[in-house]
Design a protein around this ligand. Structure first.
Ligand SMILES: Cc1cc2nc3c(=O)[nH]c(=O)nc-3n(C[C@H](O)[C@H](O)[C@H](O)COP(=O)(O)OP(=O)(O)OC[C@H]3O[C@@H](n4cnc5c(N)ncnc54)[C@H](O)[C@@H]3O)c2cc1C
Length: 489
């Protein structure tokens, strides 16, 4: 079969393009090298839906961000992912910084960012965000900024795309592309796919994929950003807090998540290894110091996790969204921040390119834009729960005690359209392991459930795909083999 479109990369960019194209009568496949979607940059970032005034005016990413932010309302309504428009503050700590806030307000307003306001009344600022430092002299308030679960949204996009016919192929690392007679042959280790059009949304590996069709006109450098996440009960922030930006960075922010945690980060460090998501003592110290300038009482002792994400930085720090000279090959790369905010606008641009290539973009009759909200134990009243548990006892079997996740939610995550096949896959879909104990108690039960539902041995259950198995053998077999092995030597 020849697909109309193959998308390479199952991050938020690829999944949003897939979902947007799924409304048309097209044969579409998405190829992802990892065991799950949202395994790259899209799972480890700040999760801020930016208002859109922060990037320089000449950058494409500024336009995409402003438009993308506006498209969130409809997306949330249709896809039912967690999103809260809580607003952000850019915080001035010296009088000299107010000029920068005024400039951002003026230019942002001219470019269509609604509601921007510079607030100098300290009492009002403190009322709106009681945790903010006493050193604050003013803030730029952007009421349209919000917070989103980045992986939650990516999964929702993928599920809805799959519901509308997009085929998802995971564990498929693209290694070669041949372009002949207006048809692309896309090769992975064990499969071959054919398509008339290919969209390169491979994030950090975008230049590698582009070179496969002879297009070598940009590089992608990984830029690491480290984070510290605090326990949900430790602090409640109302607003996303940014420092006044410098020429090179938006700076270290302090921010709530949609699940009620607070985090501090990220810093920015150019690195060479595209797999290096380690955190360092120096990096964590840097972000804590940065965060404390905005929120002095950061709950340092309630830190539950450190992590890092890698920005895919192109040569000119901007998005590259190109209908290239190779007919039918579209590059959507260099999607650094605010890529999460911009994804819906980026997908619109891709549709425009496909129209230029003659692809049929008539909406099909049976397109269903709704991805139902996954049922959630915490949303039910006691009475509703009693009925649910009577109908299906797995609603009453709590697997993750920190986050109160019953077995039923885990089963739903495994059997959703682009279902979880790994422990991380379950965690990102319904949160077991994201609480205070970080999976210490529920992991063995999750391994049992995955093994049973996927019909695979315990030893084949992985954290996140190849070479991340938790168990190597049954204890008795292992001991016997070891003793036997030893005796033979
Ligand atoms: C520290 C940090 C903070 C950020 N904060 C924000 C924020 O607050 N707001 C915001 O709007 N944006 C933010 N961003 C940016 C945002 O996270 C990215 O723009 C977005 O996640 C990029 O998504 P993507 O799909 O392009 O890339 P990825 O998510 O990296 O997806 C690319 C996918 O391609 C796959 N792939 C690669 N090579 C191959 C291959 N050969 N074959 C098959 N598949 C392949 C990868 O495995 C990966 O899953 C932040 C980024 C970072 C790092």
């Amino acid at each position: 079969m020849i697909y109309d479109v193959i998308i390479i990369g199952g991050g938020v960019t690829g999944c949003c393009i897939a979902r947007t194209l799924s409304k048309f009568d097209l044969k579409i496949a998405l190829l992802e090298k990892e065991a799950d979607i949202a395994s790259g940059t899209s799972k480890a970032n700040s999760g801020v839906v930016h208002a859109g005034f922060a990037s320089p005016r000449e950058y494409l990413k500024r336009d995409m961000c402003i438009r993308g932010n506006k498209l969130y309302n409809q997306a949330v309504e249709e896809l039912n992912f967690s999103f809260q428009r809580i607003g952000s503050f850019v915080v001035a700590l010296e009088d000299g910084q107010i000029k920068k806030l005024e400039e951002q307000r003026r230019e942002g307003t001219q470019d269509g960012v609604p509601g921007l306001e510079v607030i100098l009344d300290k009492e009002k600022i403190k009322y709106m965000e009681p945790n903010i430092t006493d050193e604050v002299v003013g803030v730029l308030h952007a009421p349209t900024a919000g917070i989103v679960s980045p992986y939650g949204m990516t999964i929702a996009l993928a599920d809805n795309a799959a519901m509308n016919g997009v085929k998802f192929f995971r564990n498929q690392k693209v290694s070669k592309i041949i372009h002949q007679n207006y048809t692309f042959t896309v090769k992975t280790k064990n499969k071959e796919f054919k398509a008339s059009n290919v969209i390169n949304a491979a994030g950090l590996y975008g230049s590698k994929i582009s070179k496969m069709v002879g297009l070598d006109y940009f590089t992608i450098t990984p830029r690491k950003g480290e984070y510290i996440l605090f326990d949900r009960n430790a602090m409640h922030l109302n607003k996303i807090l940014f420092p006044t930006p410098t020429k090179i960075s938006k700076g270290i922010l302090v921010c709530p998540t949609v699940s009620g945690n607070t985090f501090v980060g990220p810093n920015a460090q150019n690195i060479t290894d595209k797999k290096d998501t380690s955190t360092t003592e120096a990096g964590l110290k840097e972000i804590l110091e940065g965060g404390k300038k905005l929120v002095p009482n950061l709950p340092v002792r309630a830190s539950i996790r450190n992590f890092a994400g890698l920005r895919a930085v192109s040569d000119n720090y901007d998005f590259i969204i190109d209908n290239t000279d190779v007919y039918g090959f579209i590059n959507v790369v260099g999607i650094l921040s605010p890529g999460l905010t911009s994804c819906y606008a980026i997908a619109e641009r891709v549709v425009e390119f496909l129209e230029l290539l003659g692809v049929n973009t008539k909406v099909k009759d049976d397109y269903n834009p709704i991805r139902p909200k996954p049922e959630n134990f915490k949303d039910f009243t006691k009475k509703e729960l009693d009925i649910k548990i009577k109908e299906d006892p797995t609603w009453g079997r709590i697997i993750c005690r920190c986050e109160t996740i019953p077995e039923k939610e885990i089963l739903n995550a495994i059997h959703s359209p682009v279902g979880a096949t790994t422990l991380d896959g379950i965690k990102f879909r319904c949160r077991p392991g994201m609480g205070r104990c970080q999976g210490g108690f529920c992991r063995p039960r999750l391994i049992e459930i995955l093994s049973r539902e996927l019909n695979i041995p315990y030893e084949e259950v992985t954290k996140m795909g190849e070479d991340t198995n938790y168990l190597i053998a049954r204890t008795k077999d292992f001991r016997l083999n070891t003793i036997k092995g030893g005796a033979e030597e």
